[in-house]
Ligand binder design. Structure first.
Ligand code: UDP
Length: 239
């Protein structure tokens, strides 16, 4: 039901790990680099929306194991994603890309509320839209939000950028030395095989709505631009 003549529109999911460069907090050098890579693709006319994770600040499940009420811990996690969104916005603006942050929890001084039609309009005008605060609901993950936002804003594909792994493997490559990388996998096989590189809920949502996903590694340099432009890196996941 999508017009075929409009430019490619994609949703990029970046986990908090990317923003922290593997540590707690923000690594401005890494965020700046990712922003410049997004800017390069946006300059080619690719319409880009980004969903940011927050694992570099807080993960609700971990905090709740340490005694904080799960829902409150999840809200803390969501607030962490907003800091990542603002950092990405800043570096995108520095790279001359007009950027709007929309959050699922209203915070009028720092971001627009999530308004899907407005997000689409921003992208049509060449602005990058960064979605923060997840779904605004505890017990969800930002992977699932990435699938949902991609569907609601009519993106052609979900691109999941990973640290430390460059696609979907037959098993967890960090623990199983026999694991091999797949160029293509179906959602059904990924779910059956328990391949948890992306949340099962996100896989299910994409599968049911026939939205394709590409899982790729953040390195080597330039991979984010390549994925945004539609190059066949990493693993393609289809229904
Ligand atoms: N979170 C949530 N609802 C959402 C999205 C995120 O409760 O819709 C919380 C949850 O606690 C999660 C944290 O925010 O652990 C950070 O998000 P996520 O773990 O998905 O980030 P990532 O793993 O991508 O860094």
């Amino acid at each position: 039901d999508q017009p075929t003549d409009r430019s490619r529109r994609v949703l990029l999911k970046l986990s908090g790990e990317v923003f922290g460069g593997g540590k707690v907090g923000l690594d401005p050098d890494v965020v700046g680099d990712v922003a410049r890579q997004i800017a390069a693709a946006a300059a080619d006319g690719v319409q880009v929306a980004v969903v940011v994770g927050g694992g570099n600040f807080f993960r609700g499940a971990e905090l709740s194991r340490r005694g904080i009420d799960r829902s409150r811990a999840d809200y803390m996690g969501m607030l962490g994603t907003v800091m990542n969104a603002l950092a990405l916005q800043d570096f995108l603006e520095q790279a001359d890309v007009r950027t709007r942050v929309q959050t699922a929890i209203t915070m009028g001084q720092v971001a627009e509320p999530y308004i899907p039609l407005r997000a689409i309009r921003h992208m049509e005008k060449g602005r990058v839209v960064v979605f923060g605060a997840g779904a605004g609901m505890p017990f969800f993950s930002t992977d699932t939000v990435a699938a949902q936002r991609a569907l609601e804003t009519h993106c052609d594909e979900v691109l999941v950028g990973k640290n430390g792994v460059d696609g979907v493997y037959t098993a967890d490559p960090r623990t199983d030395p026999t694991a091999t990388k797949l160029d293509h996998v179906t959602y059904t096989d990924a779910l059956r095989g328990g391949l948890r590189v992306v949340d099962a809920a996100a896989f299910s949502l994409c599968m049911e709505n026939e939205l394709t996903m590409r899982v790729f590694g953040m390195g080597p340099d330039g991979n984010v631009t390549r994925a945004l432009r539609g190059e066949r890196i990493g693993t393609l996941v289809t229904a």
